[in-house]
Design a protein around this ligand. Sequence first.
Ligand code: FCB
Length: 450
Amino acid sequence: MPRFPAGFAWGVATAAYQIEGAVREDGRGDSIWDTFCRKPGAIRDGHTGDIAADHYHRWPEDVALMSRLGISAYRFSIAWPRVQPPGSGPANGRGLDFYDRLTDALLASGITPVPTLFHWDLPQPLEDTGGWLARDTAYRFAEYAALAAGRLADRIPLWITLNEPIVVMAYGYALGIHAPGRALMMGALPAAHHLLLGHGLACAALRSAGARQVGITNNYSPAWPASDSPPDVAAAAAYDILHNRLFTDPVLLGAYPGLSAFGAGDGPDCARDGDLALISAPVDALGVNYYAPTRLSAPADSPLPFQTEPVPGYPVTAFGWPVVPAGLTEMLLRLRERYGRGLPPVWITENGCSADDRPAADGAVDDQPRISYLDGHVRALHEAVAAGVDVRGYLVWSLTDNFEWAEGYHQRFGLVHVDFETQRRTPKASFGWYADLIAGQRRGTGPDIR
Ligand code: FCB
């Protein structure tokens, strides 16, 4: 049975806009997601995060569920528009109070809080002045980081600056399928640089405010060429640069990967002297979100140097994502090979799957596909750990069903089912499975996984 090292953290992850709701309470301002959700056709069936899983009111119940699971770490995100509604200026105390109470309740339950400062909910006023395309947003982000850490850093050991900046740049600014809905294609590259600069400045601000450990989370996906043909291999290499290296090389190596396939040479034009030194300040953790590999071919007719292809031969999740646990091992080994001693301790900050979860007549939700997904990925993770990759924790996405961005409430990722009409929470079979796994690891007997 796979046995993880003593002290390995088991947990769950969530994000503010996806669970909190209460978008107009206690002085919260609008985020770009509030605006985007009101845009006709942007979100499937016009869903919004206005209520979401009502976590803003039901957090004690959610912390109790975490306690029942037996987790030791909880990654949540702090909503910038609650803490600093205009995106600049002083803190909104009532916004910080919410995270203060949550932090204390987690600690009282023996759960380490791991907040992410930016999980996509940029204050709308900052988007109105250019969003991440504007250099100033990076400075505003550091200011907000200082406000959050000023209140919470005495109790929080590990902070994550950004969640998946590749998705912010690609979906939000290049393709326009996420907020703020800009479709600039490679014109989105300045957003990448300003996100990275924001990370670097926020790291410094967090440390000055007393944060002990700081990291950044990205989405990683092994880039598989669709064939051995040189054009397909080149397409996969280009995707790898964009998806896996653009936001990691600058942080861990202090340099951009070659971006000539994207017409950008050595890096974004907007980079200034000294920026990379700020961006590459040492981090204590690399957050890895892993869901699936990506298969690429040379484009027939596209402004991008690759096109994505289906990954045949594997089961798929409700989202249609291929289930490839070995991709997690592959990615972790690749990261270690790529960054060597420069790779900080890794945290799997998200891993999980959506499934077509429907309560049976007795209310039970028997989500066997999720159990099998998680079981496979925990084993794949163990292989990487056994091969010597320093991984400190594994956080399942997600605790409860929630607002899945452009898919609205159509994709359910939770260990806990949420009836969005009544907000009733029902632990699924995977909840029990994960609780048993954690208890088994604590007893040192190894988990009962298949
Ligand atoms: C990741 C996001 C997270 C969630 C999962 C399914 O890209 O970080 O918020 O939506 O995908």
